[in-house]
Design a protein around this ligand. Sequence first.
Ligand SMILES: NC(=[NH2+])NCCC[C@H](N)C(=O)O
Length: 432
Amino acid sequence: MAAGVRAEWERLRTVAVHRPGIEMFFGLLEPYAALYERAFSRYEARREHDALQRTLREEFGVRVLRLKETVLDAADRDPAVRRRLVDWAHETVAVRGDVREVAEARRSMEQNADALDSLHFFTLLLLNPVIDVGRRGAAGGVDVRILGQEPLANLYFMRDQQAATARGLVVGRPAKRQRAREPEITRFLWEILGIPIAGTVQAPGTFEGGDFMPMGEFALVGTGDRTNRDGASQFLGFAPGFDEIGIVHQPGHPLIPGDRPDPMVDMHLDTYFNVAGSGVVLGSERLLRRARLEVRHRSDGGYEPSGETTTLYDYIRSKGFSVIELSLLEQLSYAANVLCVRDGSILAVEGERVMRTVLSNLERKAARDPQRYGRLLRHAEEDYRRIQNGGHVFPHKPEFSRHGIEVCPLHLENLTGGYGGPHCMTCTLERG
Ligand SMILES: NC(=[NH2+])NCCC[C@H](N)C(=O)O
């Protein structure tokens, strides 16, 4: 399959997803350390994920490839894939203890391998366990303790490990330690599927797919807490195939003090900006106006700075797009994180319950740290009252029909707790 995406509004053909599994349980033990926004029900989150897949497949005819199932099928069909999975899983497991016991544990792991199913090894990759084989006790047994080590709790945000450009997939490099191992796993999937890789971002560069937006003749690349300047330049070096690139600088949030910023609230470009159709985008107006943008033009030697700087808002308007504006509370509630399935049709988070959950989580944060979150909370509460009085809760806003946009709302009040919406949860592989 050839991966290829020129514009975010072209008909969505193929996506890859990961239905969250046991790794989410570990993430929920300490949601903030796992980069989640809040605690939520894993059971409901998994149901919501099923519904997301079903909608894509049945209502929009999208081919949905599931990461785990595809890898396991391949491992069960092809002994070489199975061997790689087993070896890699064994390398991932750390065994601690004295030399003899470690060697013994390693030996028995190897001996047991044939008896174990491929899912066992996939689970090792997800959980990255440390096995502590203690000294032999009085009874002669070995004391085994298992510690989870950076379980891949965010793997279901499959937008981020890579980006599909017009020229193939660019494998990213996550900025956060918690997500560092994810691209190796998704890369295994691309190899199994035979998808060509246009390039791989290397240290010190960082690059996450949520920062990339293909817009036809041009594309946008966000930089900030996730994608750094070096990662963005490497990405451009892979010749992604657009005449012009807008490098967008992650804006500081206007209601969070500048000396104590919270980069999570707009961590990726797709958390405050997105595409609804060939002439319509949506986003938080205040963030779009604060986001500075540098224009680069394609030349023989790559992309040259044009010297022109502007804001994302002015840039996108100058390209002829209309902007459906979102309030700050809507932005915090994942309203901008829509997934365009065909020109003028989007999947969007059903706002009502998410907004209330986000508000009560923000209340808690503001109670703990009023100096950092107090202003944001007061503003969000005002937004909430205004939205309630107006009677148009996202995505049931008249602006959408006015711009001819058809919206398919999805209940994602648990799954969004991981800090993202439908755009973050899907890796687009083919459009058009
Ligand atoms: N494309 C996105 N906006 N992805 C959201 C990723 C959320 C994830 N918890 C993280 O912090 O990395």
